[in-house]
Ligand binder design. Structure first.
Ligand code: PMP
Length: 369
């Protein structure tokens, strides 16, 4: 008895190129141990929560007014964080923000991709990149990684020279496989590219490698570095992503962004969260230590974990990865079947989450490895 409930997707006048596609979505299941979406397991500290509440209270009295369309105060704060984190003098005009880095990437494709244009990515990688390409009618060009999932700068440059894409995605550390791409390989990619190169650094705080932000001065017309507060900053629910690029790239994004896309509540909450970045980022070290513990134990149990610079680990081999995923679920541990044959991906959680995962892994290894 839902209004219009009889109508199916086949009945609505959908774009032909979207027919038969599946929406992005990790199952959101009610399971005790959630290790499937690479979230930070630690809730924000109390001081941060208090600060967000105070900011939101203040904003609430002004909700009749539109927010700052250009989020200048927030971009200034992020520029200060980036300057400290990368050693590169980043200004507010180098930073652009949106509702999660997914929206940032969508705006990038709206401005630099689109009908008649192509976007290339090295697979397996973040599955939203091709979905965002599809939504913006950018043709997706998949390119391979090495068998061990690392990216070879020379091979990447060759495929870019051959396919000449308008946008190139390089995810570093790569989701779902975990390895970072070094600056030498990135330079090879940037030299080969005519179009825009987007380095997706959603997990960069978990890595010790240099950030691609260091290369913006060298490639100001072509390099974009996207980042997020969803992972290391423990702010996934706050929805705040950003990118770093030359001011000209930011200017291009203004042509496609919706006016007032970032609510005053989001802007103020993110600024409050940034004021506590020392506390939230303090948890990163613990997660990195836990990552080493999980990897070591998985090896002892006979699994083959892929070396990771991120807050997750891809591991195998399973004769039937989906069946193994179900076994974990039966043990109350939700991990991710990312569609890579013989492999599953687990997010590094709190020590207790990881204990539960490792205990379940013991059972699974006895059963099927
Ligand atoms: N890039 C990568 C590589 C990711 O894994 C994710 C989140 N899963 C995102 C971007 C998007 O995150 P958000 O929109 O929360 O910033």
């Amino acid at each position: 008895d839902v209004i219009g409930g009889e109508t199916t997707l086949a009945d609505v006048p959908l774009r032909e190129d979207l027919r038969g596609r599946s929406p992005y979505g990790a199952p959101q299941l009610d399971v005790p141990v959630l290790l499937n979406t690479n979230e930070n397991p630690f809730p924000p500290p109390r001081e941060l929560v208090e600060d967000v509440v105070a900011e939101v209270r203040e904003q609430a009295g002004r909700l009749n007014r539109y927010p700052d369309r250009d989020a200048v105060a927030l971009r200034t704060d992020l520029a200060a964080y980036l300057t400290g984190a990368t050693g590169v003098a980043v200004s507010a005009s180098n930073v652009w923000t949106a509702n999660g880095s997914n929206e940032v990437l969508q705006q990038v494709l709206q401005a630099f991709g689109g009908p008649g244009r192509t976007a290339l990515g090295f697979e397996p990688s973040y599955s939203m990149h091709p979905i965002l390409a599809s939504g913006t009618r950018t043709e997706w060009v998949p390119a391979p990684r090495r068998a061990d999932f690392t990216l070879d700068g020379g091979e990447a440059a060759a495929v870019i020279a051959e396919r000449d894409p308008d946008v190139v995605f390089v995810t570093s550390p790569n989701n779902p496989t975990g390895q970072s791409v070094g600056l030498a390989d990135l330079r090879a990619v940037l030299r080969a590219a005519r179009g825009l190169v987007v380095v997706d650094e959603a997990y960069v705080e978990f890595s010790e490698r240099h950030s691609a932000v260091e290369l913006i001065e060298e490639f100001p017309a072509r390099l974009v570095v996207s980042r997020t507060m969803s992972k290391a900053f423990a702010f996934a629910g706050g929805r705040l992503g950003y990118l770093v690029a030359s001011p000209a790239v930011v200017e291009a994004l203004l042509l496609v962004r919706l006016p007032y896309h970032l609510s005053s509540v989001t802007q103020a909450s993110a600024r409050a969260a940034l004021r506590h970045s020392e506390a939230t980022l303090g948890g990163v070290k613990l997660l990195v230590d836990e990552r080493a513990r999980v990897v070591d134990r998985l090896r002892e149990l006979g699994f083959s974990p892929v070396p990771s610079d991120a807050n997750f680990v891809l591991f195998g081999r399973f004769p039937d990865a989906h069946r193994a995923w179900e076994r974990y679920l039966d043990s109350g541990v939700l991990i991710r079947d990312v569609g890579i044959e013989g492999h599953l991906r687990v997010t590094i959680g709190s020590p207790r989450d990881n204990d539960a995962f490792l205990a379940a892994s013991e059972h699974v290894s006895e059963e099927i490895v």
